[in-house]
Design a protein around this ligand. Structure first.
Ligand SMILES: *Cc1c(COP(=O)(O)O)cnc(C)c1O
Length: 440
């Protein structure tokens, strides 16, 4: 079970998070309910920041906000003095409305719309991450119109594919993201960016995967990236000022995954920094500003989702389904990636597990099962189920499938709780529906 330090079983035998009893939270705000622990998020951010500061002294992090995007989270990042990654006009707009200065934002995307680039530039976006060759001419032309010089970094594909427990080095160039270093594509992009009048090439970027535990993959990626920096210097006499090593640090979903303390998460940073320091020395390159872009590891373990048990279907000798009031609409990951989760019966958190059950969502899809096979105490209608590690790619991937309203998000901290995203109502669900008069 993933009991983070502000998570425990309290005196009345319920799961508690951030000083709040989850059964009480369910009563107060209804279910399904996303609950996010503010202090955990802030402590991860501070730990990454100070690890970069103390080990390297010249860098920062950008929170990859696609993992969990809302106005409140941008406020948190603003107050922590870190950068953000944004990947769409919608994320840019949300950050702006939260008062986040997007001078401290990196704008990613393999198909940035002209309207999105304009929105970004009109509001002073700090860096646009060039993802393909058309980006350069588009950014250059729009920057020219606006009479600005736009900072960019180039997303490269270093040919390191990191998976959960292993990585492979490939010359695979087949990816919708970035420019391959193994052929001439990345160098061509560097030349084009340097040549573009209204573009300033600040640095290079790579992102080698997600949910990575094999840290050696980052060492290999640093090696490839710094080799490329050397090549750029040799061929073009151009200094790369910034190196962005992406995100992808693995988190604990189930006991099949390692479980890291916040300090242990910083080992990812330390390993990248060590490799980079070595390369700076042996390859004699100018010390680049180092960026990392963690998303999942900042918010995943800060979040839980609360559900209320409804119907229970016992197929004797086969499987017992505990049906909950949410499902793939609020957590698509099991259906999409066969992602695994752990959960407890928060109402009976002190009782011994006596039965193996599956936790099934209420959507009309057989694949809408949040957890296959989890041990639970005798569970009955009305019990509150808490699913762990749902803070990343849960709410941000939520949908209205079956016209279920998207749940509320509550931020807890030190015994306090606040709504940061309101629960959708049925009126919210139909707010954009129109019946043409010829159908009336
Ligand atoms: C998704 C993404 C990240 C964050 O990845 P996590 O696995 O959530 O840490 C960082 N950088 C880029 C470019 C991404 O696409």
């Amino acid at each position: 079970m993933n009991f983070r330090d502000t998570m425990k079983i309290n005196d009345v035998g319920h799961l508690e998070i951030g000083g709040r009893d989850t059964v009480e939270l369910a009563k107060e705000y209804g279910t399904p309910l996303y609950v996010m622990d503010e202090s955990y998020i802030r402590r991860v951010i501070r730990a990454y920041k100070s690890a970069i500061e103390s080990a390297y002294g010249h860098g920062n992090l950008a929170y990859a906000s696609k993992a969990f995007s809302s106005m409140a989270i941008y406020s948190v990042m603003k107050s922590e003095g870190v950068n953000i990654d944004v990947v769409s006009g919608g994320e840019i707009y949300t950050a702006l409305k939260a008062g986040f200065d997007i001078k401290n934002a990196y704008f990613h995307g393999n198909n940035k719309l002209i309207s999105e680039i304009e929105l970004a530039m009109d509001n002073g976006i700090g860096v646009i991450v060039v993802d393909n060759i058309e980006d350069i001419s588009m950014i250059d032309a729009i920057a020219n119109e606006k009479n600005i010089v736009q900072d960019v970094i180039i997303r490269t594909n270093p040919g390191v594919e990191a998976h959960t427990h292993s990585y492979i080095q490939t010359a695979k160039v087949d990816s919708k993201f970035g420019f391959s270093i193994s052929n001439d594509d990345a160098m061509t992009a560097v030349k084009a960016a340097i040549a573009a009048k209204n573009v300033r090439l600040r640095g290079l970027h790579c992102h080698i995967g997600s949910q990575i535990f094999d840290k050696h993959a980052f060492v290999v990626a640093v090696d490839v990236m710094t080799d490329f920096i050397v090549e750029i210097k040799k061929e073009l006499n151009y200094d790369i000022d910034e190196l962005n090593m992406g995100g992808g640090f693995g988190v604990h979903y189930t006991d099949e995954d390692p479980r890291y303390t916040i300090e242990e998460y910083c080992n990812y940073v330390k390993i990248i920094v060590n490799a980079l320091n070595d390369a700076i020395e042996t390859k004699r390159i100018k010390k680049p500003y180092l960026m990392i872009e963690p998303g999942r590891s900042v918010v995943a373990e800060a979040g839980i989702t609360l559900y209320t048990v409804g119907t229970i279907k016992d197929i004797r000798g086969i499987r017992k389904y505990i049906n909950i009031d949410g499902g793939m609409g609020d957590n698509i990951r099991p259906a999409l990636y066969e992602a695994k989760y752990e959960a407890i019966n928060s109402t009976r958190a002190n009782e011994n597990p006596v039965e193996k059950v599956s936790i099934a969502g209420k959507c009309c899809e057989s694949g809408d099962v949040i957890i296959k096979d989890v041990l639970m105490p005798k569970t009955v209608r009305g019990d509150i189920i808490a699913v762990f590690t749902t803070g990343a790619y849960g709410y941000s991937m939520a949908s209205n499938y079956n016209r279920n309203p998207i749940p509320a998000v509550v931020l807890v901290n030190d015994g306090k709780s606040d709504i940061i995203v309101k629960r959708e109502s049925y009126d919210d669900i139909i707010r954009n529906d129109v019946i043409p008069s010829r159908l009336k």
